[in-house]
Design a protein around this ligand. Structure first.
Ligand code: ADP
Ligand code: ZN
Length: 218
């Protein structure tokens, strides 16, 4: 059975960590709008120029821009055998566009994994988060420290703090999550594709629970 998955959850719930583990286990493409925007900023493209200010503030990039990049990506051949959407959709408009798009491609979403954690934990995780500049591997200064401070275990690259992982931007990101994105859980619940995973659990347990859900997709 091919699995067309959406990973949902607030910033800091562990989406990125789970996504990395799922794609290496299931070999499906990882479609992360956040990563796509960060890559575009790094490459200095028009898309990156458009996205940069919104991201730095913690605001959402306008729907038409975000929907456009997902439309292009989802239509590619490699998404015909399953995919993992991460960070999209974040608004009702995006969810409706995705529905239309996946229906016409015959690549309908059949599992939404919602991973959540309480706000105090989210803030703790985001403020201590560090990311590898080369390979994007995530770390945490106390929960998941690298073997050598400031250096990625996997590729030796330098670790840095994302520009939107500061207190002010995080506040904005959380408020967008609660106002714009969390209501989508009702939308997917009504479509009978929603499953919840407790993001307060350890990363291994989260992976096991998510794998079990994937195994149950019919
Ligand atoms: P996190 O889940 O840690 O907040 P992401 O890496 O998914 O972070 O996204 C980072 C930023 O990229 C968001 O705060 C937003 O500015 C932009 N972005 C990512 N996905 C979307 C989306 N679907 N719609 C609008 N903006 C997005
Ligand atoms: Zn690395």
């Amino acid at each position: 059975m091919k699995t067309n998955i959406i990973l949902m959850g607030p910033p800091g719930a562990g989406k990125g960590t789970l996504a990395k583990r799922l794609i290496s286990k299931y070999h499906i493409p990882h479609i992360s709008t956040g990563d796509m925007f960060r890559d575009a900023i790094k490459a200095g493209t028009e898309l990156g120029k458009t996205a940069k200010d919104y991201m730095t503030r913690g605001d959402l990039v306008p729907d038409e821009v975000t929907i456009g990049i997902v439309r292009e990506r989802l239509a590619q051949d490699d998404c015909g055998h399953g995919y993992l959407l991460d960070g999209f959709p974040r608004t009702l408009k995006q969810a409706e566009a995705l529905k239309e798009l996946t229906t016409s491609l015959k690549r309908e979403v059949n599992l939404v994994i919602n991973i959540d954690a309480n706000q105090a934990e989210l803030i703790k995780r985001i403020s201590g988060r560090r990311v590898c500049k080369n390979c994007g591997a995530p770390y945490h200064v106390t929960n998941m420290p690298p073997k050598k401070e400031g250096i990625c275990d996997q590729c030796g690259g330098p670790l840095f703090q994302r520009p939107d992982d500061n207190e002010a931007a995080l506040k904005v990101r959380l408020s967008h999550y609660y106002a714009d994105t969390k209501p989508l859980l009702n939308y997917y619940e009504a479509m009978h594709v929603l499953s919840n995973v407790n993001g307060m659990l350890g990363a291994d347990e989260v992976l096991n629970l998510a794998s079990k859900l994937i195994g149950e997709v019919k």
